[in-house]
Design a protein around this ligand. Structure first.
Ligand code: TXE
Length: 480
């Protein structure tokens, strides 16, 4: 069985303990590879390698850093078809989605930040003939980059690209649930000639190697994407060490449909926002607020749309939804659906596990599920489920829907559908979330400040915000 290896100081190495964990293929429930069960000693080795590499990488001219990263991006692209298959097998997502979203984004992230450092500038403050101040932005050191399982290579590269481009070195910890494309990336780094030690990838359990990485004295900067509970833990353990921390956490995102919306566009986007990647995207629109006048018509159209979605073999081009990432997560989603029923929720469509035929009979599939009849403040409408489950909530007025949209502890993203421009802008300004889309969903410009309010996170990444985060500003004051 294939063994995934850690990538430390430019080499593929076994975990020091020699222990491995099972890695599952969610489409058939079978173990298909082994992932290192790393320990503190592996983290220490990786941090040491990154610390040593920092001395030269932080002083490498920007153009040279950009050239090296561009070559890495080209090499990733060379292996696109293998990466697409691997991401789908490891995560359960349809190959079609990996081909259009996940894998193209990896080289795009790297090229974007390789280019961005060549166009960056810093500030100058003049003191009326007395002095000038200028700001140097210098790399911080070894960055700990911790990424989740829902968009494995996409989010890993979203972190390591700006970290490396800015002159930091990196110890990355991909999710233990989806380690395969990070392992493939480490082999790609070797082929692309990435300087030894600038990127290190350590695999293993968050509960075991998370703290050794985040509280290591030589990792002054941490970029994390994952669950809110883990984010809280990282904030707690790192606070006394005064580290720079960026947290991208969960969401319970409102999707607001006004009666004057472009009906067909709103229906198809609402279905996409609810069910893409089996609902396992932090930006998914899982609370669907529909204005009373069109509630019934919209509900019927959404059910019709959902009926046409095929849950099936991730390898088949016709599958709209693949498998849920793990058995534990599938059971968590199913238990939330049961809870919804107990609270009086009516399942309009879906609600059950799907058992596919033949080799896929033990895979982790769930029907796309629409629920109605739950109050906006019940647990199901307040906490993240992170599965193919959307809850419909009618509303009467603009003020009422803004209140309900803002009623959760999260504040990551929101969508508003209306043909009234003024209303769109007005409601967007009043929604407590880091990203608001009007008449669309998941339209991403890599330059925007991306992140959440409230318990959806701390800080913003994207464009120059990422370069700001991964550098330390230093003021130099020169007396004239
Ligand atoms: O995430 P974790 P889980 C949400 C979603 C999901 C829930 C839990 O609601 O149901 O989180 O998912 C590493 N120190 N999101 O448990 O544990 C872990 O190994 C440092 C939203 O899988 O947060 C992995 O690499 N790191 C989300 C990463 O953190 C630790 C995407 C994320 O895993 C650690 C995924 C620790 N103590 C889940 N413990 C989004 N925002 O997109 C774990 N990790």
């Amino acid at each position: 069985m294939e063994k995934i290896l850690n990538y430390i100081n430019g080499e593929l190495v076994e975990p020091t303990s020699g222990n491995y964990l099972d890695n599952y293929n969610p489409s058939n429930g079978q173990v298909y590879s082994l992932v290192p069960d790393s320990e503190e000693s592996d983290i220490n080795n990786a941090v040491l390698a990154a610390k040593e590499a920092f001395n030269s990488w932080s002083k490498t001219p920007k153009q040279e850093r950009a050239n090296i990263l561009m070559k890495l991006a080209d090499t990733i692209e060379k292996y696109s078809s293998e990466l697409i298959k691997a991401e789908s097998k490891d995560n359960g997502k349809p190959e079609n989605l990996a081909a259009h979203v996940d894998i193209p984004r990896a080289p795009a992230n790297i090229r974007f930040f390789a280019g961005a450092i060549l166009h960056d500038s810093s500030q100058m403050h003049e003191m009326d003939g007395v002095a000038i101040n200028y700001t140097l932005r210098q790399p911080v050191g070894v960055a700990a980059c911790i990424s989740p399982w829902n968009l494995p290579l996409y989010l890993l590269t979203w972190k390591i690209a700006p970290a490396l481009a800015s002159g930091n070195t990196v110890v990355a910890k991909p999710s233990e649930i989806t380690p395969m494309t990070a392992f493939m990336l480490s082999k790609i780094c070797i082929e692309a000639g990435l300087p030894k030690g600038i990127l290190n990838i350590v695999h293993g359990l968050g509960s075991k190697i998370g703290d050794p990485l985040t509280t290591h004295i030589d990792t002054p900067i941490i970029s994390f994407t994952g669950g809110t509970v883990t984010g809280k833990h990282i904030a707690r353990v790192t606070a006394p060490m005064f580290k720079k921390v960026s947290l991208e956490l969960g969401g319970k995102n409102p999707n607001i449909i006004f009666a004057d919306a472009d009906f067909d566009k709103a229906v198809s986007t609402a279905a996409r926002a609810a069910f893409t990647n089996q609902g396992q995207i932090c930006l998914c629109g899982s609370r669907l607020f529909i204005q009373e006048e069109i509630y019934k018509k919209f509900k019927i159209a959404l059910i019709e749309k959902t009926k046409k979605l095929k849950v099936g073999d991730p390898k088949e081009i016709s599958s709209n939804l693949g498998a849920i990432v793990s058995k534990e997560h599938m059971n968590k989603i199913l238990s939330k659906i049961e809870e919804a029923k107990k609270l009086g929720g009516k399942i309009l469509i879906g609600g059950k596990r799907v058992i596919l035929d033949g080799e896929l009979k033990d895979g982790y599939y769930i029907e796309p599920t629409i629920i109605e009849g739950l109050s906006s403040d019940c647990d199901i409408n307040q906490t993240e489920i992170f599965g193919p489950v959307v809850s419909l909530i009618p509303f009467k007025t603009e003020a009422e829907v803004i209140d309900m949209a803002n009623s959760t502890k999260y504040g990551l993203s929101a969508s508003i559908f209306t043909e009234n421009i003024s209303k769109g802008h007005r409601v967007a300004a009043n929604i407590d979330s880091g990203v608001v889309w009007i008449n669309t969903w998941l339209l991403r410009d890599l330059r925007i400040p991306f992140g959440g309010m409230k318990q959806s996170g701390v800080g913003r990444e994207g464009g120059f915000k990422s370069l700001d985060f991964f550098t330390e500003p230093k003021n130099i004051c020169v007396k004239i």
